[in-house]
Design a protein around this ligand. Structure first.
Ligand SMILES: C[S@@+](CC[C@H](N)C(=O)[O-])C[C@H]1O[C@@H](n2cnc3c(N)ncnc32)[C@H](O)[C@@H]1O
Length: 335
């Protein structure tokens, strides 16, 4: 009698090793060293001050993952590794990947979340309060968000029409990655990254590095407690709603509605999951992150449309953006 293959299950089981290999390689600077010049394992072990035998295993895994190739002068970075994994390059994703070393999603963390209905990475504390008193965790988290958002930012800016909105309020804008892309795409646009006081200096650093200090600014505030700055032509919520249970969305969207200029527009940038619960896999897996990092979840289109309509927004439509991202676009008043 034929039996189903066990390969899909084994592949899922072993997949966490890919994550661990990638994060370890980022942390020890393996991609940074190979970006300078190709070299073989013994020379690489010397440069990284690590042991040769385990490094050979790590290199084999990274090669099998397609991130390294073997050239005539030694190990060479694959094009995507050279673009996204070398520290200091504009689309470096290491900020995100490096967070795995201390904040790895483990089976125990998932079990704890399932049993307690609380996120566990911050041991039950509010992540943002932890960031407020621990600048290093705020820096690492903001770098991670920047890594996720910088690669998606041009795709986001291409999906929305910011001509004529005048100014954008980027609520909980993190590093300002999306505001930076919008300001680059629309030369007369002004953007305000409204962030917790602990994050504003970090955002200012990213904005200054992009050379956009004149048009993108950081404004300290708390979107749960302070009145929302009024009169902006557009409000952006990128990965904000997904940080909270859906029951918190109406209050956030009501605040956005009240703060927007009369003919203003709301943009919600999220990785959505299908209404029928089938995926897509990359977004469904983010739900596992959300249960251990915050008390949130990924949104399905119908849920997003329902909460937008309930808050009074009209004409909501969801458009695909970069990769598996989407943007929900809704107007404050009928157009
Ligand atoms: C998941 S991150 C998203 C960052 C950014 N929007 C992006 O997509 O790259 C959530 C952000 O919201 C900020 N945040 C959380 N609570 C906040 C609050 N009450 N007021 C202002 N910002 C807040 C955090 O500091 C963090 O940068």
């Amino acid at each position: 009698m034929s039996r189903p293959s066990e390969q899909r299950i084994y592949a899922a089981y072993i997949a966490s090793r890919q994550s661990a290999a990638l994060a370890a390689a980022v942390r020890i600077g393996l991609f940074d060293v190979l970006a300078e010049a190709p070299c073989d394992v013994p020379a690489l072990a010397g440069r990284l001050a690590v042991a040769r035998r385990p490094l050979a295993g790590l290199v084999r895994a990274l090669t099998a993952m397609g991130l390294l190739t073997r050239g005539v002068h030694g190990l060479v970075l694959a094009p995507d590794a050279a673009t996204y994994l070398v520290r200091g390059r504009p689309l470096w994703m290491g900020g995100l990947i490096d967070l795995e070393v201390e904040g790895m999603v483990t089976p125990q963390r998932v079990i704890d979340a399932l049993r307690s209905d609380r996120a566990s990475v911050y041991a039950g504390e509010d992540p943002w309060e932890v960031h407020a008193r621990d600048p290093e965790r705020a820096r690492a988290f903001t770098a991670a968000m920047h890594s996720i958002s910088a690669v998606a930012a041009d795709g986001f800016a291409a999906c929305v029409d910011a001509a004529g909105v005048g100014s954008v309020l980027d609520v909980g804008g993190g590093s300002g990655a999306l505001s930076i892309a919008l300001a680059r795409a629309y030369p007369s646009l002004r953007c305000t990254v409204w962030e917790l006081p602990s994050v504003c200096p970090l955002a200012e650093g990213y904005i200054a590095a992009a050379g956009l200090g004149g048009r993108v600014s950081a404004l300290p505030g708390d979107f749960l407690r302070d009145p929302w700055p009024r009169g902006h032509g557009a409000i952006l919520l990128s990965q904000i709603l997904h940080d909270y249970p859906v029951a918190r969305a109406p209050a956030l969207l009501a605040a956005a509605y009240a703060a927007l200029a009369p003919r203003g527009v709301l943009w919600i940038h999220e990785k959505l999951v299908a209404d029928d619960g089938t995926g897509p896999l990359l977004n469904a897996l983010v739900d596992i992150d959300m249960m251990v990092w915050t008390d949130g979840q990924q949104y399905a289109p119908s849920v997003l449309e329902r909460v937008l309509e309930h808050a009074g927004f009209t004409g909501a439509r969801i458009v695909p953006a970069h990769g598996t991202w989407s943007v929900a676009i809704a107007a404050r008043a009928p157009r």
